[in-house]
Design a protein around this ligand. Structure first.
Ligand SMILES: NC(=O)c1ccc[n+]([C@@H]2O[C@H](COP(=O)([O-])OP(=O)(O)OC[C@H]3O[C@@H](n4cnc5c(N)ncnc54)[C@H](OP(=O)(O)O)[C@@H]3O)[C@@H](O)[C@H]2O)c1
Length: 371
């Protein structure tokens, strides 16, 4: 999901980007399983990346909980090998981590100074990955994201997708959890902010989330508001309600602040409600508005604390894990050699420099550009 935003953003700004995944579902992806040490070394030896964005991970919490060895192998051990290779071949490493490294007991927002205490396999393996990244590569950025939104039309697969899918399927009532807090993180803002951070040499640990906080219920309410669907009843439930499906422990709070980015004057993440509205209007505009035949009824808030039948949803395909190789240094990469146009080779992963500024590009700007 994050790769869907990161790849085009970086590909427009660097001459040469190699994007990889273990599942090839885009023309511009090359196959690479990050658990394959030999293949990893071969990629570093032949491609010589100057920057490596390590997004690849087992991100399904329930899968991690039931397959801890695979989670450890992918999220932690592979990160150790990648960090060692970055050190060996002189690359800068950006390892994307998660608010899920915290136990969630803190009353306020988590900062980078708070101790990580994971309570589930996913969080533990990502935290192990963080420590390996820091320990084995001297040029490492560890960047923690929050609840991700922004896979776009084809790669959105998590909470936003599930709410939109229920809207599309004609749901009259949607249930959303209101006892877990987090900071939504818009992938397109994240891609731009990450690019900016990587132009510095201020290595270390960062939080990179949108501004504000909310529960899943708040996010669902915002989606319904943006979609102008007051006819759909939104019902808050506790996380017990979805316990059978989402059985992995989740922290009570995953709220984070971008304290270190702010100190550097480099936090460009927008408030999550602004970003979410932008996202839906840009990618899901056809979900906005009540279908003609549906009468509008008022929204009723009912607290439900026990199991009830709910709308079943399925996941979608995903992608991730690009390796980056800017051909020139950061300054050179903005020289705009071809006047802002990107050209693609037959293999689909070779791009010219665009000369764009390195701050996050808003979706509205993208819309203007594309129109
Ligand atoms: N989603 C969130 O809310 C969130 C929040 C904070 C941080 N993050 C972090 O952000 C990064 C990107 O996550 P995302 O949200 O974009 O999730 P995602 O869509 O699941 O992306 C992860 C990608 O890594 C791939 N992958 C898994 N095992 C691999 C392996 N052995 N070798 C190569 N690729 C492998 C997955 O492929 P398959 O689909 O084929 O398994 C998937 O394409 C991850 O590091 C994640 O921990 C995510």
């Amino acid at each position: 999901m994050l790769g869907e935003a990161v790849y085009p953003y970086f590909a427009e700004r660097y001459e040469d980007v190699l994007a990889t995944d273990k599942d090839i579902n885009e023309a511009w992806l090359d196959k690479l399983d990050v658990r394959d040490d030999e293949l990893l070394e071969q990629v570093f030896r032949t491609y010589r990346p100057q920057r490596v964005l390590h997004l690849a991970a087992e991100t399904d919490l329930e899968y991690c909980e039931t397959n801890p060895e695979i989670a450890q192998e992918t999220n932690a051990r592979a990160t150790k090998v990648i960090a060692q290779l970055c050190e060996k071949y002189g690359a800068t490493l950006a390892y994307i981590s998660t608010a899920g490294v915290f136990d969630g007991r803190k009353a306020g927002f988590y900062t980078e100074d708070d101790n990580a205490r994971p309570i589930m396999v996913y969080g533990q393996t990502k935290y192990d990955g963080e420590r390996y990244a820091m320990e084995y590569c001297s040029r490492t950025f560890v960047v923690r994201a929050g609840w991700m939104m922004g896979g776009g039309r084809r790669k959105e697969k998590k909470f936003i997708f599930k709410i939109l899918q229920q809207i599309r399927n004609g749901a009259e009532e949607i249930f959303a959890v209101d006892d877990r807090w987090g900071t939504p993180t818009y992938t397109y803002d994240f891609a731009g902010n990450l690019f900016t951070l990587l132009e510095t040499q201020c290595y270390g640990l960062y939080h990179m989330v949108c501004e504000g906080k909310g529960t899943r219920f708040d996010v669902a309410a915002e989606i319904l508001k943006t979609c102008k669907r007051p006819d759909i009843q939104l019902t808050p439930v506790s996380s017990e309600f979805f316990k059978a499906e989402y059985f992995a422990p989740r922290p009570y709070s995953e709220m984070m602040l971008n304290t270190r980015l702010r100190k550097l004057g480099l936090s460009y993440m927008r408030p999550w409600k602004v970003a979410l509205k932008d996202y839906i209007e840009t990618y899901f505009s056809d979900y906005i508005g009540v279908p003609q035949e549906k009468p509008v009824v008022s929204v009723k808030r009912v607290r439900v604390r026990r199991f009830q039948p709910r709308v079943a949803v399925a996941g979608t395909g995903v992608y991730g894990g690009p390796l980056m190789n800017p051909r020139s240094d950061a300054q050179g990469s903005r020289s705009g050699r071809n006047g802002g146009q990107s050209s693609e080779s037959s293999r689909g992963s070779r791009f010219r420099l665009s000369g764009k500024k390195s701050h996050p590009e808003s979706s509205s700007a993208r819309r203007r550009k594309n129109s």
